[in-house]
Design a binder for this molecule. Sequence first.
Ligand SMILES: Cc1cc2nc3c(=O)[nH]c(=O)nc-3n(C[C@H](O)[C@H](O)[C@H](O)COP(=O)(O)OP(=O)(O)OC[C@H]3O[C@@H](n4cnc5c(N)ncnc54)[C@H](O)[C@@H]3O)c2cc1C
Length: 399
Amino acid sequence: MVFPFKSIEDFRIEITEEHELFRKSVREFVESRVMPRWREIEESNKIPEDIYDEMVKLGFTGVGIPEEYGGQGGGMLMAVILTEELSRASTALSAAIGVRDLFVAPVLRYGSEYLRKKYVPPVARGEARAAHANTEPGAGSDVAGIQTTARRVNNHYVISGRKIFITGAAEADYLLVSARTDAPRTDKRWWGITTFVIEREWPGVRIGQQFRVLGLRGEQPYEVILDEVKVPEENIVGNVNEGFKVLMDTYDHTRIGVAAQGVGIAQAAFEKTLNYALQRETFGQPLIAHGIITERIADMYMRLQAARLLTYWAAALADKGRPEFVIAASLAKAYATEAAEWIARQAIQIHGGYGVDFETGVERYLRDAIITTIYEGTNEIQRLVIVRQLLRQAFGLKI
Ligand SMILES: Cc1cc2nc3c(=O)[nH]c(=O)nc-3n(C[C@H](O)[C@H](O)[C@H](O)COP(=O)(O)OP(=O)(O)OC[C@H]3O[C@@H](n4cnc5c(N)ncnc54)[C@H](O)[C@@H]3O)c2cc1C
Protein backbone atom coordinates (compact mmCIF):
# COMPACT_ATOMS: atom_id res chain seq x y z
CA MET A 1 0.00 0.00 0.00
CA VAL A 2 1.19 3.52 -0.66
CA PHE A 3 2.82 4.98 2.42
CA PRO A 4 1.48 5.95 4.98
CA PHE A 5 -1.83 4.19 4.21
CA LYS A 6 -2.05 0.58 5.20
CA SER A 7 -5.30 -0.70 3.77
CA ILE A 8 -7.06 -0.67 0.39
CA GLU A 9 -10.06 0.59 2.39
CA ASP A 10 -8.16 3.84 2.93
CA PHE A 11 -8.64 4.76 -0.73
CA ARG A 12 -12.35 4.06 -0.95
CA ILE A 13 -14.79 6.98 -1.09
CA GLU A 14 -18.34 5.75 -0.95
CA ILE A 15 -20.66 8.34 -2.42
CA THR A 16 -24.17 6.89 -2.27
CA GLU A 17 -27.45 7.79 -3.89
CA GLU A 18 -28.44 9.31 -0.56
CA HIS A 19 -25.51 11.73 -0.79
CA GLU A 20 -26.45 12.74 -4.32
CA LEU A 21 -30.15 13.18 -3.50
CA PHE A 22 -29.13 15.39 -0.60
CA ARG A 23 -26.81 17.40 -2.87
CA LYS A 24 -29.70 17.88 -5.29
CA SER A 25 -31.99 19.21 -2.56
CA VAL A 26 -29.32 21.65 -1.26
CA ARG A 27 -28.64 22.77 -4.83
CA GLU A 28 -32.32 23.43 -5.48
CA PHE A 29 -32.48 25.50 -2.31
CA VAL A 30 -29.41 27.63 -3.07
CA GLU A 31 -30.27 28.15 -6.72
CA SER A 32 -33.81 29.31 -6.02
CA ARG A 33 -33.35 31.09 -2.68
CA VAL A 34 -29.73 32.18 -2.24
CA MET A 35 -28.11 32.82 -5.62
CA PRO A 36 -30.64 35.48 -6.65
CA ARG A 37 -29.79 37.35 -3.42
CA TRP A 38 -25.98 37.25 -3.39
CA ARG A 39 -25.80 41.04 -3.93
CA GLU A 40 -28.04 41.68 -0.95
CA ILE A 41 -25.81 39.52 1.26
CA GLU A 42 -22.62 41.23 0.05
CA GLU A 43 -23.99 44.76 0.33
CA SER A 44 -25.86 44.45 3.62
CA ASN A 45 -23.07 42.27 5.09
CA LYS A 46 -25.81 40.17 6.67
CA ILE A 47 -27.38 36.82 5.98
CA PRO A 48 -31.13 37.44 5.57
CA GLU A 49 -32.99 35.88 8.49
CA ASP A 50 -35.54 34.19 6.27
CA ILE A 51 -32.73 32.33 4.46
CA TYR A 52 -31.22 31.18 7.76
CA ASP A 53 -34.63 30.11 9.07
CA GLU A 54 -35.27 28.13 5.93
CA MET A 55 -31.95 26.31 6.34
CA VAL A 56 -33.00 25.40 9.88
CA LYS A 57 -36.34 24.09 8.60
CA LEU A 58 -34.54 22.02 5.98
CA GLY A 59 -32.50 20.45 8.80
CA PHE A 60 -29.11 21.77 7.63
CA THR A 61 -28.01 22.63 11.19
CA GLY A 62 -28.27 18.94 12.12
CA VAL A 63 -26.32 17.43 9.22
CA GLY A 64 -23.39 15.33 10.45
CA ILE A 65 -24.68 15.30 14.04
CA PRO A 66 -25.92 11.92 15.40
CA GLU A 67 -29.69 11.51 15.67
CA GLU A 68 -29.49 10.73 19.39
CA TYR A 69 -28.25 14.31 19.89
CA GLY A 70 -30.98 15.88 17.80
CA GLY A 71 -29.13 15.79 14.47
CA GLN A 72 -29.84 14.35 11.06
CA GLY A 73 -26.91 11.89 11.12
CA GLY A 74 -25.08 11.54 7.82
CA GLY A 75 -21.45 11.80 8.88
CA MET A 76 -18.65 13.98 7.60
CA LEU A 77 -19.13 13.21 3.91
CA MET A 78 -22.72 14.45 4.03
CA ALA A 79 -21.60 17.58 5.92
CA VAL A 80 -18.92 18.18 3.28
CA ILE A 81 -21.53 18.03 0.49
CA LEU A 82 -23.70 20.52 2.37
CA THR A 83 -20.78 22.92 2.85
CA GLU A 84 -19.64 22.57 -0.75
CA GLU A 85 -23.10 23.30 -2.14
CA LEU A 86 -23.74 26.24 0.20
CA SER A 87 -20.32 27.73 -0.61
CA ARG A 88 -21.08 27.48 -4.32
CA ALA A 89 -23.69 30.17 -3.63
CA SER A 90 -22.33 31.97 -0.55
CA THR A 91 -19.27 31.16 1.57
CA ALA A 92 -20.74 33.31 4.35
CA LEU A 93 -23.79 31.07 4.47
CA SER A 94 -21.67 27.95 4.76
CA ALA A 95 -19.64 29.62 7.53
CA ALA A 96 -22.84 30.57 9.40
CA ILE A 97 -23.95 26.93 9.38
CA GLY A 98 -20.47 25.39 9.60
CA VAL A 99 -19.32 27.29 12.68
CA ARG A 100 -21.53 25.06 14.83
CA ASP A 101 -19.12 22.18 14.06
CA LEU A 102 -16.41 24.03 15.99
CA PHE A 103 -18.70 23.84 19.00
CA VAL A 104 -20.43 20.50 18.49
CA ALA A 105 -17.32 18.47 17.57
CA PRO A 106 -15.44 19.14 20.85
CA VAL A 107 -18.57 18.77 22.99
CA LEU A 108 -19.52 15.46 21.36
CA ARG A 109 -15.98 14.10 21.33
CA TYR A 110 -14.80 15.28 24.76
CA GLY A 111 -17.78 16.59 26.72
CA SER A 112 -19.64 14.73 29.44
CA GLU A 113 -23.02 13.18 28.65
CA TYR A 114 -24.54 16.06 30.64
CA LEU A 115 -22.92 18.64 28.29
CA ARG A 116 -23.79 16.66 25.15
CA LYS A 117 -27.43 16.31 26.11
CA LYS A 118 -27.77 19.90 27.30
CA TYR A 119 -26.02 21.81 24.55
CA VAL A 120 -25.90 19.76 21.33
CA PRO A 121 -29.61 19.07 20.57
CA PRO A 122 -30.70 22.75 20.56
CA VAL A 123 -27.81 23.57 18.20
CA ALA A 124 -28.53 20.57 15.96
CA ARG A 125 -32.20 21.56 15.72
CA GLY A 126 -31.28 25.16 14.99
CA GLU A 127 -33.04 26.48 18.11
CA ALA A 128 -29.72 27.79 19.46
CA ARG A 129 -26.54 28.95 17.75
CA ALA A 130 -22.98 28.32 18.80
CA ALA A 131 -19.48 29.66 18.21
CA HIS A 132 -15.87 28.83 19.04
CA ALA A 133 -13.63 31.34 20.79
CA ASN A 134 -9.96 30.46 20.83
CA THR A 135 -8.01 33.09 18.86
CA GLU A 136 -6.62 36.08 20.79
CA PRO A 137 -4.76 39.24 19.85
CA GLY A 138 -1.45 37.54 20.70
CA ALA A 139 -2.16 33.96 19.65
CA GLY A 140 -3.74 32.38 16.58
CA SER A 141 -1.62 29.60 15.08
CA ASP A 142 0.29 29.31 18.33
CA VAL A 143 -2.62 28.10 20.43
CA ALA A 144 -0.36 27.47 23.43
CA GLY A 145 0.22 31.24 23.55
CA ILE A 146 -3.30 32.16 24.72
CA GLN A 147 -3.56 34.42 27.74
CA THR A 148 -7.21 34.22 28.76
CA THR A 149 -7.25 32.83 32.28
CA ALA A 150 -9.65 30.57 34.17
CA ARG A 151 -9.19 30.71 37.95
CA ARG A 152 -10.69 28.00 40.11
CA VAL A 153 -12.91 29.27 42.94
CA ASN A 154 -14.64 26.49 44.94
CA ASN A 155 -16.69 24.46 42.44
CA HIS A 156 -16.55 26.91 39.55
CA TYR A 157 -14.06 28.82 37.39
CA VAL A 158 -13.76 32.53 36.71
CA ILE A 159 -12.70 33.35 33.13
CA SER A 160 -11.19 36.64 31.96
CA GLY A 161 -9.67 37.52 28.62
CA ARG A 162 -10.22 38.76 25.10
CA LYS A 163 -10.90 36.70 22.02
CA ILE A 164 -10.79 38.01 18.45
CA PHE A 165 -12.01 36.96 14.98
CA ILE A 166 -14.84 34.88 16.43
CA THR A 167 -17.27 33.80 13.70
CA GLY A 168 -20.96 33.96 14.62
CA ALA A 169 -20.29 35.33 18.12
CA ALA A 170 -22.99 38.00 17.98
CA GLU A 171 -25.72 35.46 17.24
CA ALA A 172 -24.33 32.64 19.39
CA ASP A 173 -26.15 31.36 22.46
CA TYR A 174 -23.24 29.11 23.46
CA LEU A 175 -19.50 29.46 23.06
CA LEU A 176 -16.67 26.98 23.33
CA VAL A 177 -13.93 28.98 25.05
CA SER A 178 -10.28 28.16 25.76
CA ALA A 179 -8.46 29.53 28.79
CA ARG A 180 -5.29 28.96 30.80
CA THR A 181 -5.81 27.06 34.03
CA ASP A 182 -2.11 26.44 34.61
CA ALA A 183 1.25 27.65 33.30
CA PRO A 184 2.81 25.72 30.40
CA ARG A 185 5.50 23.21 31.39
CA THR A 186 8.96 23.29 29.85
CA ASP A 187 8.59 19.73 28.58
CA LYS A 188 4.90 20.14 27.69
CA ARG A 189 4.17 23.54 26.17
CA TRP A 190 0.61 22.48 25.42
CA TRP A 191 -0.11 21.86 29.10
CA GLY A 192 -2.36 24.17 31.12
CA ILE A 193 -5.18 25.05 28.70
CA THR A 194 -8.77 24.03 29.47
CA THR A 195 -11.85 24.28 27.26
CA PHE A 196 -15.26 25.33 28.60
CA VAL A 197 -18.82 25.79 27.37
CA ILE A 198 -20.13 29.20 28.32
CA GLU A 199 -23.49 30.81 27.63
CA ARG A 200 -23.74 34.19 25.94
CA GLU A 201 -26.23 35.48 28.52
CA TRP A 202 -23.96 34.86 31.51
CA PRO A 203 -22.73 37.97 33.32
CA GLY A 204 -19.35 39.18 32.04
CA VAL A 205 -19.72 37.96 28.44
CA ARG A 206 -19.65 40.86 26.00
CA ILE A 207 -19.53 40.99 22.20
CA GLY A 208 -17.14 43.73 21.10
CA GLN A 209 -16.31 45.13 17.66
CA GLN A 210 -17.09 43.41 14.41
CA PHE A 211 -14.03 42.94 12.21
CA ARG A 212 -14.14 44.14 8.62
CA VAL A 213 -12.28 41.40 6.82
CA LEU A 214 -11.57 41.01 3.11
CA GLY A 215 -14.28 38.47 2.25
CA LEU A 216 -17.06 36.45 3.90
CA ARG A 217 -19.40 39.38 3.68
CA GLY A 218 -22.51 38.38 5.57
CA GLU A 219 -20.59 36.49 8.25
CA GLN A 220 -17.72 38.61 9.50
CA PRO A 221 -16.17 37.78 12.85
CA TYR A 222 -16.38 39.54 16.22
CA GLU A 223 -14.37 40.32 19.30
CA VAL A 224 -15.54 38.60 22.51
CA ILE A 225 -14.67 40.06 25.90
CA LEU A 226 -14.79 37.83 28.96
CA ASP A 227 -14.82 39.76 32.20
CA GLU A 228 -14.82 37.55 35.31
CA VAL A 229 -17.28 35.09 33.78
CA LYS A 230 -18.37 32.52 36.38
CA VAL A 231 -18.52 29.02 34.86
CA PRO A 232 -19.61 25.86 36.72
CA GLU A 233 -16.99 23.12 36.67
CA GLU A 234 -19.37 20.71 34.94
CA ASN A 235 -19.01 22.95 31.88
CA ILE A 236 -15.41 21.86 31.34
CA VAL A 237 -14.99 20.02 28.03
CA GLY A 238 -12.40 17.24 28.39
CA ASN A 239 -9.75 17.14 31.09
CA VAL A 240 -8.54 20.15 33.03
CA ASN A 241 -5.22 21.43 31.57
CA GLU A 242 -5.56 19.21 28.49
CA GLY A 243 -7.71 21.50 26.35
CA PHE A 244 -4.93 21.90 23.78
CA LYS A 245 -5.61 18.33 22.68
CA VAL A 246 -9.36 19.06 22.48
CA LEU A 247 -8.66 22.04 20.24
CA MET A 248 -6.18 20.27 17.95
CA ASP A 249 -8.46 17.28 17.52
CA THR A 250 -11.39 19.61 16.79
CA TYR A 251 -9.50 21.44 14.04
CA ASP A 252 -8.29 18.15 12.54
CA HIS A 253 -11.96 17.37 11.91
CA THR A 254 -13.40 20.79 11.12
CA ARG A 255 -10.73 21.79 8.61
CA ILE A 256 -12.25 19.26 6.20
CA GLY A 257 -15.21 21.66 6.17
CA VAL A 258 -12.90 24.51 5.13
CA ALA A 259 -11.59 22.33 2.31
CA ALA A 260 -15.24 21.85 1.27
CA GLN A 261 -15.71 25.62 1.24
CA GLY A 262 -12.74 25.80 -1.15
CA VAL A 263 -14.35 23.19 -3.42
CA GLY A 264 -17.65 25.10 -3.48
CA ILE A 265 -15.98 28.43 -4.29
CA ALA A 266 -13.84 26.79 -6.99
CA GLN A 267 -16.91 25.10 -8.51
CA ALA A 268 -18.81 28.38 -8.70
CA ALA A 269 -15.87 30.30 -10.19
CA PHE A 270 -15.25 27.52 -12.71
CA GLU A 271 -18.88 27.27 -13.87
CA LYS A 272 -19.14 31.02 -14.35
CA THR A 273 -15.90 31.13 -16.30
CA LEU A 274 -16.77 28.23 -18.58
CA ASN A 275 -20.06 29.90 -19.52
CA TYR A 276 -18.41 33.24 -20.07
CA ALA A 277 -15.64 31.74 -22.21
CA LEU A 278 -18.27 30.18 -24.46
CA GLN A 279 -20.28 33.38 -24.85
CA ARG A 280 -17.67 36.13 -25.02
CA GLU A 281 -16.08 36.62 -28.42
CA THR A 282 -12.80 38.34 -29.20
CA PHE A 283 -11.09 38.48 -32.58
CA GLY A 284 -14.11 36.71 -34.12
CA GLN A 285 -13.94 33.65 -31.86
CA PRO A 286 -15.33 32.63 -28.49
CA LEU A 287 -12.72 32.99 -25.75
CA ILE A 288 -12.63 29.23 -25.21
CA ALA A 289 -11.29 28.75 -28.73
CA HIS A 290 -8.12 30.73 -27.92
CA GLY A 291 -5.41 28.25 -26.99
CA ILE A 292 -4.25 30.01 -23.84
CA ILE A 293 -7.81 30.18 -22.50
CA THR A 294 -8.55 26.54 -23.43
CA GLU A 295 -5.49 25.45 -21.50
CA ARG A 296 -6.35 27.67 -18.53
CA ILE A 297 -9.86 26.25 -18.33
CA ALA A 298 -8.53 22.69 -18.45
CA ASP A 299 -6.13 23.55 -15.60
CA MET A 300 -8.95 25.09 -13.57
CA TYR A 301 -11.01 21.94 -13.95
CA MET A 302 -8.03 19.72 -13.12
CA ARG A 303 -7.43 21.50 -9.82
CA LEU A 304 -11.14 21.63 -9.01
CA GLN A 305 -11.57 17.88 -9.39
CA ALA A 306 -8.36 17.08 -7.52
CA ALA A 307 -9.52 19.35 -4.66
CA ARG A 308 -12.92 17.64 -4.55
CA LEU A 309 -11.44 14.15 -4.47
CA LEU A 310 -8.94 15.03 -1.72
CA THR A 311 -11.73 16.57 0.33
CA TYR A 312 -14.13 13.64 -0.05
CA TRP A 313 -11.27 11.27 0.70
CA ALA A 314 -10.39 13.08 3.94
CA ALA A 315 -14.07 13.02 4.96
CA ALA A 316 -14.39 9.31 4.11
CA LEU A 317 -11.30 8.51 6.21
CA ALA A 318 -12.65 10.54 9.12
CA ASP A 319 -16.03 8.78 8.85
CA LYS A 320 -14.25 5.42 9.02
CA GLY A 321 -12.37 6.57 12.12
CA ARG A 322 -8.99 6.01 10.45
CA PRO A 323 -6.21 7.93 12.26
CA GLU A 324 -4.65 8.68 8.84
CA PHE A 325 -7.49 11.12 8.22
CA VAL A 326 -5.40 13.83 9.95
CA ILE A 327 -2.86 13.98 7.14
CA ALA A 328 -5.62 13.77 4.52
CA ALA A 329 -7.50 16.64 6.21
CA SER A 330 -4.43 18.89 6.05
CA LEU A 331 -3.70 17.91 2.43
CA ALA A 332 -7.31 18.64 1.51
CA LYS A 333 -7.51 21.93 3.43
CA ALA A 334 -4.32 23.38 1.96
CA TYR A 335 -4.85 22.05 -1.56
CA ALA A 336 -8.55 22.84 -1.95
CA THR A 337 -8.31 26.36 -0.55
CA GLU A 338 -5.29 27.18 -2.71
CA ALA A 339 -7.05 25.65 -5.71
CA ALA A 340 -10.03 27.90 -4.95
CA GLU A 341 -7.76 30.94 -4.70
CA TRP A 342 -6.02 30.12 -7.98
CA ILE A 343 -9.24 29.25 -9.82
CA ALA A 344 -10.91 32.43 -8.55
CA ARG A 345 -7.93 34.45 -9.79
CA GLN A 346 -8.13 32.83 -13.25
CA ALA A 347 -11.89 33.45 -13.28
CA ILE A 348 -11.26 37.17 -12.83
CA GLN A 349 -8.59 37.21 -15.53
CA ILE A 350 -10.76 35.38 -18.07
CA HIS A 351 -13.65 37.78 -17.36
CA GLY A 352 -11.31 40.71 -18.11
CA GLY A 353 -12.67 44.06 -16.86
CA TYR A 354 -15.94 42.44 -15.87
CA GLY A 355 -13.97 40.15 -13.59
CA VAL A 356 -13.02 42.99 -11.26
CA ASP A 357 -16.47 44.58 -11.38
CA PHE A 358 -18.54 43.82 -8.27
CA GLU A 359 -21.74 43.46 -10.30
CA THR A 360 -20.51 40.36 -12.13
CA GLY A 361 -20.18 38.52 -8.82
CA VAL A 362 -16.79 37.04 -9.75
CA GLU A 363 -14.30 39.00 -7.63
CA ARG A 364 -16.02 37.88 -4.41
CA TYR A 365 -14.77 34.33 -5.01
CA LEU A 366 -11.18 35.48 -4.64
CA ARG A 367 -11.95 37.48 -1.47
CA ASP A 368 -13.62 34.46 0.10
CA ALA A 369 -10.99 31.97 -1.07
CA ILE A 370 -8.16 33.96 0.54
CA ILE A 371 -9.87 33.71 3.93
CA THR A 372 -10.16 29.93 3.62
CA THR A 373 -6.37 29.74 3.31
CA ILE A 374 -6.09 31.47 6.70
CA TYR A 375 -8.71 30.26 9.15
CA GLU A 376 -8.83 26.97 11.04
CA GLY A 377 -5.08 26.59 10.71
CA THR A 378 -3.27 28.62 8.06
CA ASN A 379 -1.95 26.72 5.07
CA GLU A 380 1.59 27.14 6.42
CA ILE A 381 0.46 25.31 9.55
CA GLN A 382 -1.14 22.60 7.38
CA ARG A 383 2.24 22.01 5.75
CA LEU A 384 3.81 21.60 9.18
CA VAL A 385 1.11 19.08 10.13
CA ILE A 386 1.64 17.12 6.91
CA VAL A 387 5.40 16.78 7.47
CA ARG A 388 5.02 16.03 11.19
CA GLN A 389 2.47 13.32 10.48
CA LEU A 390 4.64 11.79 7.76
CA LEU A 391 7.71 11.68 10.00
CA ARG A 392 5.70 10.30 12.89
CA GLN A 393 4.19 7.53 10.83
CA ALA A 394 7.29 6.70 8.79
CA PHE A 395 10.03 6.88 11.40
CA GLY A 396 8.21 7.26 14.71
CA LEU A 397 9.83 10.69 15.00
CA LYS A 398 8.14 13.47 16.96
CA ILE A 399 9.06 16.95 15.82
C1 LIG B 1 -12.74 35.50 8.84
C2 LIG B 1 -12.10 34.82 10.00
C3 LIG B 1 -12.87 34.06 10.86
C4 LIG B 1 -12.28 33.42 11.97
N1 LIG B 1 -13.08 32.70 12.86
C5 LIG B 1 -12.55 32.21 14.00
C6 LIG B 1 -13.37 31.59 14.99
O1 LIG B 1 -14.59 31.43 14.80
N2 LIG B 1 -12.79 31.19 16.16
C7 LIG B 1 -11.46 31.35 16.40
O2 LIG B 1 -11.01 30.96 17.50
N3 LIG B 1 -10.64 31.92 15.47
C8 LIG B 1 -11.15 32.35 14.28
N4 LIG B 1 -10.34 32.96 13.34
C9 LIG B 1 -8.92 33.10 13.62
C10 LIG B 1 -8.04 32.24 12.71
O3 LIG B 1 -8.18 30.88 13.03
C11 LIG B 1 -6.59 32.75 12.84
O4 LIG B 1 -6.55 34.04 12.23
C12 LIG B 1 -5.58 31.84 12.18
O5 LIG B 1 -5.49 30.62 12.88
C13 LIG B 1 -4.18 32.47 12.11
O6 LIG B 1 -3.81 33.01 13.33
P1 LIG B 1 -3.23 34.53 13.39
O7 LIG B 1 -4.20 35.38 12.67
O8 LIG B 1 -2.96 34.84 14.81
O9 LIG B 1 -1.90 34.50 12.57
P2 LIG B 1 -0.45 34.09 13.15
O10 LIG B 1 -0.56 32.83 13.91
O11 LIG B 1 0.15 35.24 13.83
O12 LIG B 1 0.34 33.81 11.81
C14 LIG B 1 0.83 34.88 10.97
C15 LIG B 1 1.52 34.25 9.77
O13 LIG B 1 2.65 33.49 10.20
C16 LIG B 1 2.52 32.14 9.75
N5 LIG B 1 3.04 31.26 10.79
C17 LIG B 1 2.70 31.23 12.10
N6 LIG B 1 3.40 30.29 12.75
C18 LIG B 1 4.16 29.68 11.82
C19 LIG B 1 5.09 28.61 11.84
N7 LIG B 1 5.35 27.92 12.96
N8 LIG B 1 5.73 28.28 10.70
C20 LIG B 1 5.47 28.93 9.55
N9 LIG B 1 4.59 29.95 9.45
C21 LIG B 1 3.95 30.32 10.56
C22 LIG B 1 1.02 31.95 9.52
O14 LIG B 1 0.79 30.89 8.62
C23 LIG B 1 0.64 33.28 8.99
O15 LIG B 1 0.95 33.34 7.62
C24 LIG B 1 -10.90 33.56 12.20
C25 LIG B 1 -10.11 34.31 11.32
C26 LIG B 1 -10.70 34.93 10.23
C27 LIG B 1 -9.84 35.74 9.31
